[in-house]
Design a binder for this molecule. Sequence first.
Ligand code: GLY
Length: 586
Amino acid sequence: MRSPHRLLILLFLALVVAGAANPATASTHPVHAAHAIVVSVHELASHVGVKIMQAGGNAVDAAVATGFALAVVHPAAGNIGGGGFMLIRMADGKARFLDYREMAPAAATRDMYLDPQGNVIEGASDIGYKAIGVPGSVAGMVYAEQKFGKLTLKQVMAPAIQLAREGYALSWEEAVDLHDRHLAEFPESRRVFQRSGDYYKPGEVFRQPDLARTLERIAEKPDDFYHGSLARELAAAMQKGGGLITADDLARYEVKEREPVRGTYRGYEVISAPPPSSGGAVLIEILNILEGYDLGKMGERSAQSMHYTVEAFRRAFFDRAEFMGDPDFAKIPVAQLIDKRYAAAWLETIDPAHATPSKDLKRPAVFSALEQYAAGHPPVMAPHESNHTTHYSVMDADGNAVAVTTTINDWFGSRVTADGLGFLLNDEMDDFSSKPGVPNGDGLIQSNTNAIGPGKRPLSSMTPTMVVRDGKTVMVLGSPGSSKIITTVANVLMGVVDYGMNIQEAVNAPRFHNQWMPDVVNVEQWFSPDTVNLLQHMGYDVEVGLHYGTHVAPYWSDAECIAVDAKTGERLGASDVRDGGKAVGY
Ligand code: GLY
């Protein structure tokens, strides 16, 4: 259930995006770059990454530089106070996945967001100090730089420090965004981002001296953020505001290198995010089911191809709800979920002419491991997940590639700025199930797999993904958008592989989404009424846009992707017109 303040934010954002360009009339040509490219939601951040590669850095150097720059120029989602996932695939074929997701502090408890009557306390898990998970972004970016970069941390952080100190001119959207009313609830956020009520105007230069100083301290002594004076200052600010994070929590934080999830789709290898993200496993399960159909022949966005795609989405999200969580706290049966025999059995359950009601789904009995697990873990409604994350993709001249999806969860996170440190903290605790073990409004039982627990990482949908052909990375994909991240990445990938689109056309193409529950198909506003009619005749409850009470968001997600031209080897960058990002290359 969404809170009234979320609805207001969504309405506000809908008004902000109303002026955005229409993918249907946007350029269908990706940006061509002979050597290297960065695609992100902010032109300045993309330029930073490119400059770092021109100065001799590799894709990892560029990704880390871009990440720190986004923390300056895109404070609504770019961050050093949140977490993320970085998928790296070097030109030699080695793939690595860095998990620097936020972690619940030691004092976190399963029922911390419930009142004495056992009801969820409105807003407690998403606004303010108690919503904050131990941030992982600094650890993750420093780890990546030190292990896989060619330059020094100081070199790659220098552009972000300069942007913070000298400032940058705010666009109209950025200036409007900074009016966020929840930022105003926290004096330090109001001081830093709203100039204590004298709001920044479009075109005005926004300088962040506190953040510049914090970034300098990290560049000088990265360990300080978790083990030194920065950790102590951050912990003191959290304690003062009533938060749970202590210096010990920060000291305990660690980056985890995990095995990425791997699958194949029509001759391509797909490499993606493992748990605690559900993204990779759900994406590959979807693709495995769809491999059984000749989608290209049915036609791009035809009702028939959409029908099969939605049925695959529905089944994979049903499994997501049941099986996904932090792999350090529960055994997640990923191998079975991405097994092609399992997909083939799911495909048998799809009626070619009719929608399957979500409530009637029955998991095929292929693997006893799935059945045993399912018996103890009834399916759950996904908790609310924020749309406000950001993704960026990088490829260098040698063919090394990096896909990063990073988040502070909601737009401007918890809205808390650490006293004197100049950066916003996440509200990632909201990605846990706040009320496990009790039937929700739809009569479904919340599972323990994603219950709050000390040291645990909340379930994510972030899906940084690479597609490989003949040993070479040919696509770097990703998007924000909570559960819609997964269907957005699937839609973009299928746009290229099944429907022969170039990467920009695939990013532009209208999106559709189903996540098992609620049992609706959301379609972006550019679908024809004829297609909607055909889907309705198949039994679908179709909603145009995303409906939040009386408010409707006409479109969603912000894919920032790269493909490689098979003939010329050029890097082709596709930034999503829906959110005004930029592909920059050389
Ligand atoms: N907070 C969004 C996600 O992790 O999927």
